[in-house]
Design a protein around this ligand. Sequence first.
Ligand SMILES: Cc1cc2nc3c(=O)[nH]c(=O)nc-3n(C[C@H](O)[C@H](O)[C@H](O)COP(=O)(O)OP(=O)(O)OC[C@H]3O[C@@H](n4cnc5c(N)ncnc54)[C@H](O)[C@@H]3O)c2cc1C
Length: 726
Amino acid sequence: MSLDKRWIVVIALAAVAGAYYWFDLGSYLSLDFVKSRQAELEAWRASRPLAAAAAFFLVYVAVTAVSLPGATIMTLAAGAIFGLGWGLLIVSFASTIGATLAFLASRTLFRGWVQARFGDRLRAVNAGVERDGAFYLFTLRLVPAFPFFLINLAMGLTPIRASTFYWVSQVGMLAGTVVYVNAGTQLAQVDSLAGIASPGLLGSFALLGVFPLVARKALDFFQARRVYARWQRPARFDRNLVVIGAGSAGLVTAYIAAAVRAKVTLVEKHRMGGDCLNTGCVPSKALIRSAKLLSHVARANEFGVRHAEAEFEFADLMDRVKRVIGEIEPHDSIERYTGLGVDVVEGSARIVSPWEVEIERHDGSVQRLTTRSIVVATGARPFVPPIPGIDQVGYLTSDTLWELRELPKRLVVIGGGPIGCELTQAFARLGSQVTQVEMLPRIMAREDPEVSEIVAKRFAAEGVRVLAGHAATRFEIDGGEKVLVAQRRGAGPAEEVRIPFDTLLVAVGRAANLEGFGLEEIGVRVGRTVETNAFLQTNYPNIYAAGDVAGPFQFTHTASHQAWYAAVNALFDPIRKFRADYSVIPWATFVEPEVARVGLNEQEAREKGIAFEVTVYGIDDLDRAIADEEAHGFVKVLTVPGKDRILGVTIVGEHAGDLIAEYVLAMKHRIGLNRILGTIHIYPTLAEANKYAAGAWKRAHAPERVLRWLERFHAWRRGAGAGDAR
Ligand SMILES: Cc1cc2nc3c(=O)[nH]c(=O)nc-3n(C[C@H](O)[C@H](O)[C@H](O)COP(=O)(O)OP(=O)(O)OC[C@H]3O[C@@H](n4cnc5c(N)ncnc54)[C@H](O)[C@@H]3O)c2cc1C
């Protein structure tokens, strides 16, 4: 809203409030005054009923819109002057219109500011109001103990729609209005306002107020019952929990279930450990490590070494990748989990009813288990876009890449997200000529623009051809050579770019595994992922989902984080259940320089309208980074304006993924920059960058006035004159 409109609201409010106090209108809005003038007021209404009703209505609207005291007295007066029927009609509409005006004024004047300043803390409140705002408001309206004007002003700060506010207020206030207007019809007997709102009456209102919440719970209960209506619930269960998929989410779910002595079966149709161990984090990080060694050899003279050369076979590197997987494999093995008390079954699971899972074992036998709860942890797979010609040229994905035995000579990578970037740089360092094609105007588009720029520059310096703003439109085979035809987007006419290549790697995102195991047959609601509520429950409350199949994140650590909630909720609902907490989610992209983030970056803060301050510490200045020849990158901290509370951190530089842990802890436990600054960091380490970023913030917030006084104090101690502070 423009400043002008806000001024109009301020002037209107000030005018009404000014008139109220100038003409001492408050003295007319007392019980004694109304009682003493009751006969005159009634005579006025009898002689000019319409004018009296209209005038009363307008004054009531004005008093409530400006949140002036007197609405209760006016409600009594309405009963005294107009009787129950007309009094109720006038007050019901006047109070709701006045309340809505107060709500709109609060929204116009304060909502933007409050949301900008406290938006991150209000996220849960906003989500709750968007979901259940009408219920909350209805409850508050039913209980007249909650101050009427405060509800108007507070609700104006939330995202509730004005129309919802209006009708819920009108209906919700009706019971209280009836009581007060009715009391007004017997005004002579009313001695005090407290007498009307007796403890008994307030208690009844409180019960009435709880009613919608109870009704809501009951509704949820019956809706949940409805989805089960067509199924026969087993009388007893073979298992407390069946977990489908033994990736990061499934393994942790089963681990927790076994730890609390539940009977749990974990079903895996392919390889224990899922994507992370077999085709994701582990192999990619192993390959990236070998590639990094080669990049150091290429940079040998930066380290004072005149000449260094590395001789290697690509197949040997891929063998190393397999060896690394093999070394980590025991952490996720059947033996380990069986030892922990999990019943691990190798086979394909299918949900046949909300309480039954059928498992086709690898040996062909079929087993059907009844279970109280199910956790779906089936993960995701690489998404392959239907670009014309893609099947003719053939392609690799993160699933198939690890079987390569020969280094691709000319590699095209489609996708500028984390997986595309990590593999682009790794293959370029191994010696492939890599062209990376990204449709968006920059790679790593989720991060702030300078992050993308640093990474793209580094890629270019290492020989990668980065084609951001290029959409892959088709593949061709031209004279026996594979060609990607891409269209350059941006200002000016679109231009076709032809990129000949030998091998194509598709890394444009991952699609949740939703089909083929019974979700659609039994009617579990899905979109791009399985739809879950805050407790990770599907529309069948005993079926949960966690990990990549549930989203919204696609990381191993978020999969295990969700797994805790899915396991505990699946085993202990309805006794106790927990909402999944996504307030502090960190991640890293393992390119060089590494990029790590927790919380907000600048572009997200702007999108969400959250006010922030930025502090940047350049790692080029850090002693250890200089000694390591890694003096580049930065720590960027977003804080609440004027405060040291952290809203988000982006770190670009060597070991950024490790360095960010300190800020993750700080955000999770609300530790501010002052306390990070007051913590000893070992010299010389990269972790000192965190402390220096806190120091940069502190310098920018130095208490100038106190420092000026201190300067004078020291001058005085030196015996210097008043004008000789320095
Ligand atoms: C190249 C690459 C690099 C990555 N790097 C990182 C990283 O550095 N850090 C990070 O945090 N994340 C990374 N990820 C993401 C990470 O791998 C995933 O987020 C994580 O594996 C998700 O775990 P999940 O348990 O949800 O699914 P998955 O690991 O995919 O496990 C699902 C399992 O379910 C099984 N399954 C499916 N259907 C059935 C069925 N009907 N019956 C029985 N079993 C079934 C599958 O076989 C699979 O084993 C990377 C991913 C890729 C592809």
